[in-house]
Design a protein around this ligand. Structure first.
Ligand SMILES: [Zn+2]
Length: 92
Protein backbone atom coordinates (compact mmCIF):
# COMPACT_ATOMS: atom_id res chain seq x y z
CA UNK A 1 0.00 0.00 0.00
CA UNK A 2 1.20 3.46 -0.84
CA UNK A 3 1.78 6.08 1.83
CA UNK A 4 2.47 8.95 -0.57
CA UNK A 5 0.73 9.72 -3.84
CA UNK A 6 1.71 11.90 -6.78
CA UNK A 7 -0.69 14.86 -6.85
CA UNK A 8 0.77 16.83 -9.73
CA UNK A 9 3.56 16.41 -12.25
CA UNK A 10 4.43 18.82 -15.03
CA UNK A 11 7.45 20.66 -16.45
CA UNK A 12 7.84 22.93 -13.44
CA UNK A 13 6.28 21.12 -10.49
CA UNK A 14 6.09 17.66 -8.97
CA UNK A 15 3.95 17.47 -5.84
CA UNK A 16 3.36 14.45 -3.56
CA UNK A 17 0.61 14.18 -0.96
CA UNK A 18 0.17 12.05 2.17
CA UNK A 19 -2.14 11.86 5.16
CA UNK A 20 -0.99 13.31 8.45
CA UNK A 21 -2.30 11.28 11.42
CA UNK A 22 -1.68 14.23 13.75
CA UNK A 23 -3.57 16.88 11.77
CA UNK A 24 -6.09 14.58 10.10
CA UNK A 25 -5.50 16.23 6.75
CA UNK A 26 -3.28 15.96 3.70
CA UNK A 27 0.18 17.54 3.62
CA UNK A 28 2.47 17.81 0.60
CA UNK A 29 6.08 17.97 -0.41
CA UNK A 30 7.62 19.03 -3.71
CA UNK A 31 10.26 17.02 -5.53
CA UNK A 32 10.34 19.72 -8.20
CA UNK A 33 9.44 23.38 -7.83
CA UNK A 34 9.95 26.17 -10.37
CA UNK A 35 11.62 23.52 -12.53
CA UNK A 36 14.31 22.80 -9.92
CA UNK A 37 14.84 19.86 -7.56
CA UNK A 38 13.34 20.54 -4.13
CA UNK A 39 12.90 17.91 -1.41
CA UNK A 40 14.78 14.68 -2.04
CA UNK A 41 12.64 11.53 -2.07
CA UNK A 42 13.83 7.91 -2.22
CA UNK A 43 11.01 7.14 -4.69
CA UNK A 44 9.56 4.34 -2.53
CA UNK A 45 5.83 5.08 -2.08
CA UNK A 46 5.47 2.25 0.48
CA UNK A 47 8.44 3.23 2.66
CA UNK A 48 9.14 6.85 1.77
CA UNK A 49 12.14 8.80 3.03
CA UNK A 50 12.16 12.54 2.35
CA UNK A 51 14.81 15.19 3.11
CA UNK A 52 14.98 17.74 4.60
CA UNK A 53 12.18 18.04 7.19
CA UNK A 54 8.73 19.27 6.16
CA UNK A 55 7.11 22.22 7.97
CA UNK A 56 3.42 23.00 7.50
CA UNK A 57 1.88 26.22 8.79
CA UNK A 58 -1.92 26.12 9.10
CA UNK A 59 -4.36 28.73 10.35
CA UNK A 60 -4.84 26.64 13.50
CA UNK A 61 -1.42 25.17 14.10
CA UNK A 62 2.05 24.13 13.04
CA UNK A 63 3.25 20.68 11.97
CA UNK A 64 6.94 19.83 11.53
CA UNK A 65 8.38 16.38 10.83
CA UNK A 66 10.85 14.16 9.08
CA UNK A 67 9.61 11.33 6.84
CA UNK A 68 11.85 8.30 7.22
CA UNK A 69 11.24 4.66 6.24
CA UNK A 70 7.47 5.18 6.05
CA UNK A 71 7.26 6.88 9.44
CA UNK A 72 6.67 10.48 10.44
CA UNK A 73 9.01 11.79 13.13
CA UNK A 74 7.20 14.78 14.61
CA UNK A 75 9.44 17.44 16.07
CA UNK A 76 8.88 19.19 19.37
CA UNK A 77 7.77 22.47 17.80
CA UNK A 78 4.52 20.92 16.51
CA UNK A 79 1.39 22.37 18.12
CA UNK A 80 -0.51 19.04 18.09
CA UNK A 81 -0.65 16.03 20.41
CA UNK A 82 1.92 13.97 18.47
CA UNK A 83 4.76 16.47 18.97
CA UNK A 84 7.95 14.56 19.78
CA UNK A 85 6.50 11.21 18.63
CA UNK A 86 7.29 8.91 15.71
CA UNK A 87 4.33 7.18 14.06
CA UNK A 88 3.73 4.93 11.06
CA UNK A 89 2.30 6.79 8.07
CA UNK A 90 -1.24 5.92 7.00
CA UNK A 91 -1.94 4.23 3.69
CA UNK A 92 -3.73 6.34 1.11
ZN1 LIG B 1 0.37 17.42 10.26
Amino acid sequence: MAKVKLHLSNDTEEIWGFKCPACGRTHQFWTKKDGKPWWSFNGDVENPTVHPSVAVTMHDGFCHFFIKDGKMQFLNDCTHRLAGNTVEMENI
